[in-house]
Ligand binder design. Structure first.
Ligand SMILES: Nc1ncnc2c1ncn2[C@@H]1O[C@H](COP(=O)(O)OP(=O)(O)OP(=O)(O)O)[C@@H](O)[C@H]1O
Length: 241
């Protein structure tokens, strides 16, 4: 569960808020999709939730832990996949996974089980012994997803996680997200691909110019705009806001 209370962000001395007065509950047992036009404030919001950026105003709780006041406890609750997977390029995939597992105190047995299972799903077994700099974009994305989930966090936060993944890997990651939510956990991810949001999400949050314009189920949104695709609804909401 993630709770945002009156969360706003201003970069530097800029007069304009990049994100303004977000009030969100990301519920357990559900996949929540976060959508909005370029520059709407999605990455800024995800970076505040994960403690990379401090909110200018407001409070963010992850499973009840305040990301500003109890950062270590709050950070144990989630796994985060950032929008760029180009990190830790000089080390091998397996070294990266062990490094992250060490930070979170994951046992040898638990990490072995996780790596075997997930590497098989992502077809990454042969790549683990190579340096990350030799990976394609999609392979880098997959190793970052594996690193984010290796400590079995209950809350998953993913910024554009399907970008660059081949169809099999995208299918596997979507299945993993569904399984995780079905087990009673929270999954929050941002995407520009509205078909993915439409098929995968239980709930949708739409942000425009830093402001929350919708948060709720897809069904409720479609009741409000009958016979419209999510694409048309999105364009309608964001063009006239
Ligand atoms: N480091 C920064 N310094 C100043 N302004 C920033 C910074 N990062 C983002 N912004 C501004 O904050 C606003 C929100 O940007 P953000 O990256 O959160 O949007 P986004 O919804 O993730 O966009 P996209 O879909 O293009 O990734 C934009 O106006 C952007 O110019």
């Amino acid at each position: 569960m993630i709770n945002l209370r009156h969360v706003s962000k201003r970069y530097g001395n800029s007069g304009k808020m990049a994100v303004e007065d977000l009030n969100w509950d990301v519920e357990d047992g559900k996949i929540t999709g976060f959508i909005g036009p370029n520059g709407a404030g999605k990455t800024t919001t995800l970076k505040m939730i994960t403690g990379i950026l401090s909110p200018t105003e407001g409070e963010i709780l992850i499973n009840g832990k305040d990301i500003v006041k109890e950062p270590l406890e709050a950070k144990r609750q989630f796994g985060f996949v950032a929008d760029s997977p180009d990190s830790f390029l000089r080390i091998k995939g397996i070294e990266y996974l062990n490094f992250v597992a060490d930070i979170y105190g994951v046992t040898t047995e638990a990490r072995k089980g996780f790596i075997e299972k997930t590497a098989a799903r992502f077809e990454m077994e042969d790549a683990l012994s190579s340096r990350i700099q030799s990976y394609s974009h999609g392979m880098r994305q997959k190793i970052m997803v594996m690193g984010a989930l290796i400590h079995n966090p209950s809350v998953w936060i993913l910024d554009e996680p399907l970008t660059g993944l081949d169809p099999k890997s995208a299918f596997e990651l979507k299945e993993m997200m569904r399984e995780h939510a079905a087990a009673g956990n929270s999954v929050l991810f941002s995407t520009h691909v509205l078909e993915v949001a439409e098929k995968l999400c239980d709930r949708i949050g739409i942000i425009n110019h830093g402001r929350q314009v919708y948060l709720g189920t897809l069904e409720a949104l479609k009741e409000k705009y009958p016979n419209e695709t999510l694409e048309n609804i999105f364009l309608e909401i964001t063009e006239h806001a």
